[in-house]
Design a protein. Structure first.
Length: 317
């Protein structure tokens, strides 16, 4: 059953009517097929019109949609021989960040990303995609493995942010994130990062410091969540929609600002409506992004990545 967002209510009502008509008994004096075709065309037009003019807050809702493909969905569909590697070799295994060795269209790569989980059990297992320090230290271990064996790195980011618990702070959350960013910036192998849902704060940047940064059309990427921003500036989470506009967190805004390099289109209605199609399009985009990077020498890869991030902030707001 389709999960509809609040702003999709008119679309939901039309699709519900279509389902009702499809289950009506056929009658000689009623041409149900024609009526269904009319309503389907109307629903399709309304869906296109709605998604052509989403506000920043509506994009936040789409990026958080429970049916949106997550890291493991992409890993299963786009990578073969995926072998997850666990643990940071220092404290524990963190299940919010999943990563390991795999083949991407015939090429050996290191792939990792944040996994939110879909149903309650898997969400709890993966801590809703919010990593603890050991998750970022595992990422560091995988970055260093990629460097040692000269393997390209692909990261898929979907997190509201790093885990803010006392346990994480006690084990050095900030240091772990900073070290992950430092190590990824020093890599001399290609690193392509993609924001597939939420890109929240340093917890996202720790895996997204790539030579090329892609972003799905209806994803978001910001230093803080709209709710967190609103609670600080207006002392009220009710101003989240206003904060979302001010944060410039949409893919379209971030491409203009030079924070990302490319927007990957989603099916009309978002990746959650046509998951297989959305995953396939991202696979092609990843392949195209990797091509020029594979032809660069190690020193140039490191320099290009460093200059890319140093240049951020030079664009006018």
């Amino acid at each position: 059953m389709q999960n509809f967002l609040e702003f999709e209510r008119p679309i939901a009502e039309l699709e519900s009517k279509i389902e009702e008509l499809r289950h009506l008994p056929t009658a000689a004096d009623i041409n149900i097929t024609d009526e269904v075709a009319v309503l389907e065309a109307k629903a399709s037009r309304l869906l296109k019109q709605t998604y052509a003019k989403l506000t920043a807050w509506q994009k936040v809702q789409v990026a958080r949609h429970p049916d949106r493909p997550h890291f493991l969905d992409y890993a299963q569909a786009l990578f073969t021989e995926f072998t997850p590697l666990a643990g940071d070799r220092a404290f524990a295994e963190d299940r919010a960040i999943v990563g390991g060795l795999a083949r991407f269209r015939g090429r050996s790569v290191v792939v990792m990303g944040t996994e939110k989980g879909h149903e309650v059990e898997s969400r709890v297992k993966h801590n809703f995609g919010m990593a603890r320090p050991e998750g970022y230290r595992k990422a560091i271990r995988l970055f260093e493995m990629a460097e040692r064996f000269r393997l390209p790195v692909i990261t898929l980011v979907d997190t509201a942010g790093a885990w803010p618990g006392i346990d994480a702070e006690a084990r050095g959350q900030a240091e772990a994130i900073a070290r992950s960013i430092e190590v990824s910036l020093k890599l001399t192998v290609p690193l392509v990062a993609t924001i597939i849902g939420e890109g929240g704060s340093g917890g996202a940047v720790a895996l997204a410091s790539g030579n090329t940064v892609l972003m799905l059309e209806h994803s978001i990427y910001s230093v803080i969540s709209p709710e967190g921003c609103a609670s600080i500036l207006w002392r009220s989470g009710e101003q989240a929609a206003l904060a979302a506009e001010a944060l410039r967190l949409t893919a379209q805004d971030l491409l203009k600002l030079g924070v990302i390099d490319q927007i990957v289109p989603e099916p009309i209605g978002g990746a959650h409506r046509e998951r297989a199609a959305a995953i396939a399009v991202l696979g092609d985009a990843l392949q195209e992004a990797l091509k020029p990077l594979l032809e660069m020498n190690p020193g140039d890869l490191k320099t290009q990545r460093r200059q890319k991030f140093l240049a951020m902030g030079a664009h006018g707001l």
